[in-house]
Design a protein around this ligand. Structure first.
Ligand code: APR
Length: 258
């Protein structure tokens, strides 16, 4: 059972989502996949505690020493490949099925939203399931590290070491993803911001686009972020895989009471 104030927050979130009448979107970050066994990047036990992002997640580092970066990528891809969607991913897929969520912008590269059944997913930072060659544009679609004979994987055309099709620091966001995400944020009446430290731009600007267009922002996180207060109309502190199912339940209660 939850405290009365938390139950009220679940109800308030449900009211705002239902009032949006389908024009809701979401922005998710690594926190939504923590319950699936994938570490977040920042905070205690974060991936960036173990691997310096400047050495392991910056595009110039990858070009200079791809084998070294593949030490981290090998670990990350093995964890992602074994991971399954949790109740938070499934809740967002349910909101989409009910016609209450028209798009989902994710910073995550794990593909768990699609695995949970979400269809309108905008992968803002790409996806680890595909690899690309920086030298000759050859692509390896649906790479499985568990089936890889040797690491790092090499291009079948030119032999160069392949890179997961994710956005490294120093790389641009894929144009279509930026356009689609910005359009989704601007037309949304509400954005659910879930499990992101809102540290990385331009993803962190998406909630601000929603606010500027007259929409509202509901934040779900374990702790406050820079969005809490100035941008978020409602901040619910708790694990996403527990909070989101409660908000869905509140939506059902409000709908049946009508
Ligand atoms: N439920 C909700 N929120 C959670 C949970 C949880 N179970 N666990 C952690 N969080 C929150 C943390 O409090 C933190 O605010 O999720 C957030 C994770 O923050 P980051 O690790 O910074 O991840 P993210 O915001 O997605 O990072 C953005 O930075 O390194 C780059 O490309 C990488 O896409 C990533 C981007």
């Amino acid at each position: 059972m939850y405290a009365k104030s938390l139950m009220r927050a679940f109800e308030r979130a449900a009211e705002i989502i239902l009032e949006a009448d389908g024009r809701a979107t979401a922005l998710t970050g690594a926190g939504i996949s923590v319950a699936s066994g994938i570490s977040a990047f920042r905070g205690s036990q974060g991936l960036w505690d173990k691997y310096d992002p400047l050495e392991f997640a910056e595009i110039s580092s990858f070009k200079r020493q791809p084998e070294k970066v593949w030490e981290m990528l090998g670990e990350m891809l093995a964890v992602v490949e074994k991971a399954h969607p949790n109740k938070a991913h499934k809740s967002l897929a349910e909101l989409e099925k009910k016609g209450l969520l028209q798009s989902l912008i994710t910073q995550n590269v794990d593909g768990l939203h699609q695995a949970a059944g979400s269809r309108k997913v905008i992968e803002f930072h790409g996806a680890t399931r595909h690899l690309c060659c920086l030298d000759c544009d050859w692509r390896w679609v649906n790479f499985k590290i568990s089936e890889s004979k040797s690491l790092p994987p090499r291009c079948e055309e030119c032999g160069a070491i392949l890179k997961p099709d994710v956005v490294f620091f120093g790389e641009p966001i894929p144009k279509w993803a930026l356009l689609e995400a910005s359009a989704a944020a601007e037309k949304a009446k509400v954005m659910l911001v879930i499990g992101t430290s809102a540290n990385v731009h331009p993803a962190a600007e998406m909630p601000i686009l929603t606010k500027r267009s007259g929409g509202r922002v509901i934040e779900i996180n374990l702790e406050p972020t820079d969005l809490s207060g100035p941008v978020a109309d409602l901040t619910i502190l708790g694990p996403a895989d527990q909070v989101l199912p409660e908000i869905i339940a509140a939506c059902k209660r409000l709908n049946s009471n009508e």
